[in-house]
Ligand binder design. Structure first.
Ligand SMILES: Nc1ncnc2c1ncn2[C@@H]1O[C@H](COP(=O)(O)OP(=O)(O)O)[C@@H](O)[C@H]1O
Ligand SMILES: [Mg+2]
Length: 399
């Protein structure tokens, strides 16, 4: 069965759910016969999200089956009532035996099947218990290959597990086209759906939702939401102009630096990378002569957001310095830029988009690296710096 590279393929006919935050993360809607994994902590809202998505896709005319292995049909119907989705033409199955599920799917021929969750599924061709690595792997493999063969899309839910007793979503990641993680902090109502792999769209794309009693509502202006809890500017608080996938997102970074009572001072990070923090602290010490010895350092990304971009380096450094020096960064300023080990500031992508988003939210100035393009955005003063020493000198009058 050989072909050549010339054969013309029409682009896939995607289906939009109408939940724009979800459609965007998928890369512009659901691709036919695609396999998608949605991972996340238990209780974060995966079933809620996918029941809403099922209802939306079904309303758009996709034949949709929701297979629940965790909850009885009555429980799913109760959730549907609470979310006001009972009118949507979704078919329900409460089933965990893979052979039965595949038989049902084969008879019904849906265009979309949702499997909630992969850890409850079991294939009788594998001896071990549901949730074990070999069961999860076998079940995911059977489901994804069935989906490709029968031209059905499948969305597989996977719980992220901490104790390792149950195989987590990582076992499944390489079998699917798209991997989405649903993230959020327990105490916060924000939820971020993040594409970490996508054959049909940009990785790192995010969709932002808010958990309410009536389910997940979409947040189309995440920056405004993430900055909504910001009080008067305090030392240690800095607004980072970030890019998530294709969209700019502003978030507040908060640092606290205090004398440590411990022999080994604490370094605690929420929402950012621990080792990246260690690197920034080392560069501040080695290149700028600003030690953090004997000081506890806490760094928090406000709103329960997680940041992966190296472009946050300079904002992190700014927050740390601001906390250490007890000096506020002006409230109308956003900060972004990558820091190299030499202390040089490296230009980052999409400067213009970052500036535009900041301008839209009422900021009037930005601190950013020199080099690359320096776009002009009206109403935004751009302060471009070459290295961290210059930043320390300019902004804190020290260094
Ligand atoms: N009756 C309810 N009223 C309001 N929110 C609820 C209710 N029931 C559940 N929730 C919300 O939904 C969350 C559980 O979501 P769920 O979709 O079941 O998570 P997952 O499938 O990821 O385990 C709870 O943490 C809570 O925030
Ligand atoms: Mg669930």
């Amino acid at each position: 069965m050989l072909t050549d590279l010339q054969t013309e393929e029409d682009p896939p006919q995607r289906t939009l759910s109408g939940m724009s935050e979800l459609d965007q993360v998928l890369g512009g809607g659901l691709v036919p016969a695609s396999a998608i994994l949605v991972g996340g902590d238990p209780g974060i809202g995966k079933s809620t999200l996918l029941l809403q998505a099922a209802a939306q896709f079904a309303r758009q005319g996709l034949k949709t089956i929701y297979v629940s292995g965790e909850e009885a049909s009555a429980q799913v119907r109760m959730r549907a009532q609470r979310l006001e989705l009972t009118d949507a033409p979704v078919q329900l199955a409460a089933e965990t035996n893979l052979r039965d599920i595949l038989t049902t799917l084969d008879n019904e021929k849906p265009q979309l099947a949702i499997i909630d969750s992969i850890q409850t599924m079991w294939s009788d061709s594998v001896g071990s218990a549901p949730g074990s690595v070999s069961q999860v792997r076998a079940a995911a493999h059977e489901l994804t290959s069935f989906a490709k063969r029968k031209n059905m899309s499948v969305i597989i839910v996977g719980h992220v597990t901490k104790d390792g007793q149950i195989a987590g979503p990582r076992v499944v990641e390489h079998m699917v086209d798209t991997v989405l993680y649903f993230e959020g902090e327990r105490g916060h109502q924000f939820r971020v759906l993040r594409a970490v792999k996508n054959r049909f769209g940009a990785a790192d794309e995010i969709g932002v939702f808010e958990m309410t009693g009536r389910g997940l509502s979409q947040v189309t202006n995440p920056s405004a939401l993430f900055l909504s809890e910001r009080g008067t500017p305090a030392p240690g608080s800095v607004v980072f102009a970030g890019i998530e996938g294709t969209r700019p997102v502003l978030v507040e970074l908060q640092a606290l630096v205090a004398p440590s009572p411990h022999a080994q001072p604490r370094r605690a990070v929420v929402g950012w990378d621990n080792s990246r923090l260690a690197m920034i602290l080392a560069v501040l010490e080695a290149r700028c002569g600003i030690p953090f010895t004997g000081l506890d350092v806490y760094l928090n990304v406000a709103g329960g957001m997680k940041i992966n971009e190296p472009a946050a380096d300079l904002a992190v450094a700014a927050a740390l310095l601001s906390a250490r020096e007890d000096a506020s960064i002006p409230a109308d300023t956003v900060v972004f830029g990558e820091i190299s080990l030499s202390g040089a500031l490296r230009p980052v992508s999409q400067t213009e988009n970052r500036l535009k988003e900041a301008q839209k939210l009422g900021f009037t100035s930005a601190i950013a690296p020199k080099g690359g393009k320096s776009p002009t955005v009206s109403g935004m003063a751009l302060n471009q710096l070459g290295d961290l020493t210059q930043f320390v000198g300019d902004i804190f009058g020290a260094g």
